[in-house]
Write a protein that binds this ligand. Sequence first.
Ligand code: AMP
Length: 421
Amino acid sequence: MDIITAVKGFKDILPQETGKWQYIEGIAREIFTAFGFREIRVPILEKTDLFRRSIGEATDIVEKEMYTFSDRGDEYLTLRPEATASIVRSYLEHAMHATDPVAKLFTIGPMFRRERPQKGRYRQFHQINVELIGLEDPRTDAEIIIMLIQFLERVKLSQLKLQINSLGCTACRPAFKKALTDFLRGKEAGLCEDCRRRIRTNPLRIFDCKDIGCAEIIEGAPRLLTFLCQSCEDHFTKVKEALDTFFIPYEINTKMVRGLDYYAKTTFEVVTEHLGAQNAVVGGGRYDGLVKDLGGPDVPGIGFAIGCERLISLSPLKYADFLVHPHLFIAALGNEAQKLAFKISNRLRIQGVQTEIDYAGKSLKSQMKRADKLHCRYTLILGEQEIMANKAELRNMHNAKQESIDLDTLEDTILNIVKGR
Ligand code: AMP
C-alpha cells in the first residue's frame, strides 16, 4: 500500500533540524525581550473578513493565495497568511490600548499561502513577527530595524542588503496613484494581463510584476518618493538619520511597494542574492491606518516579518552543532543486569541525564555499536560478573578510558562525572 505523503508545499521539520530552529528562535526571544517586546500567541485560524479588510481585496494574497473554507456552513474562516492582522485583532479585542498606549509584541509560528511551491517558497512557512503599536516617532522605525540587524548578525547572516522606501500616507499617495495610473494608461498595450487589470484595482502592485515587458515599462514610471508630503518626507529623513547614527547601511529602493495594502510611510526589506527569485528574507513597514481600519482608535503601528525557512537556509550555523547526544548508554548483559539498567536509566533520566538502554538483549558488541552510533558520551557496562562484584565499568566513549565504579554509589558517581565534568 502507498504511504500517505504530506500536502504539497507543506514540509516536515525533522528532529535533526529542530535544534537549529530552536537556537535561532531563542536568539530572537533574547534580543526582542531586551528591546522590550513580549511574546503573544494568536490563533492560526481567523475569520476571513479580518484578512480581506487588512491585507486588501486586490492583493495577490487575498485574491489567490488564502486557504479559506466555510466552517460547515457557519462562516468563512482562513488559515492566516500573515500575523500582523491577527495581532492587531487581538490588540483591539483585548483593548490593550486602554491599559498601555504602547504595545510591543512578537510571535513565532506558521503562516499559510497557496503559492506555487519552489525553493524558498512553501505553502506552510514560518515567520518571526514583530509589531510595535502606538508610536509614530521615526526613531521607532529605526529602532526595530536596529533590533532586526542585531538579530541577523547574531544568527550569522552576511551579505544581506537592507532596502528602505516610503509609501507615503493617505495625504500624498492618491496624487501618486493618479500620476502612476495616467502613466500606465498610456502604456497599457505593453503590460501583461494581470497588470492591465491592476491599473484599475491596485496600480502600485505593478512595481512587483516579474514580467519583463512590465518591468521595462515600470522603469520609466513616476516614483512615490518624489510625491511625498512634507510630513512623510520629514519622517523618512529622520529614519535615515537614525539608521546613520548606528552606521546601518541601507539602499533606497523606490520600487519596493510590498504586497499588502496596509503599509504607509516607511517600508523595508532585507534581501540577499543567494535565494534566486525568492530574495527577500525580511519584509516590514509602518501601518499607521490599520488599527483604525480594523475598527479601533487611530493608533500608528510598525512591524516586520522574518521568513524562517529562508533565514535557516541562509544561516551558516550547522545543523550538526545543535544535535543533542545522549550522556550515557547502559549496556546490560543478562536478566539481572537488564532489570538494574531499566531502573538506573529511568532514575538518571529523572535527574536530567539523557540515558539510553537496549531492550532486545543484544550482545555487548552490538550494544557498544549502538552507543557509538547514538554518539553517547559514556557507556556503563553492566554484566552478571560485574553485578556479583557490586561493580560496573564506565567507559568514556571519546578516549576509550574505562573505570570501575561501585554499584552502591553508582548514581552519584555518574551524576558527578556526566553532568559535572
Ligand atoms: P511578507 O509577509 O510577504 O512580507 O513576507 C515576509 C517574509 O516571509 C518574506 O521576506 C519571506 O522571507 C517569508 N515568506 C513569505 N512568503 C513565503 C513563502 N511562501 N514561503 C517561505 N517564506 C515566505
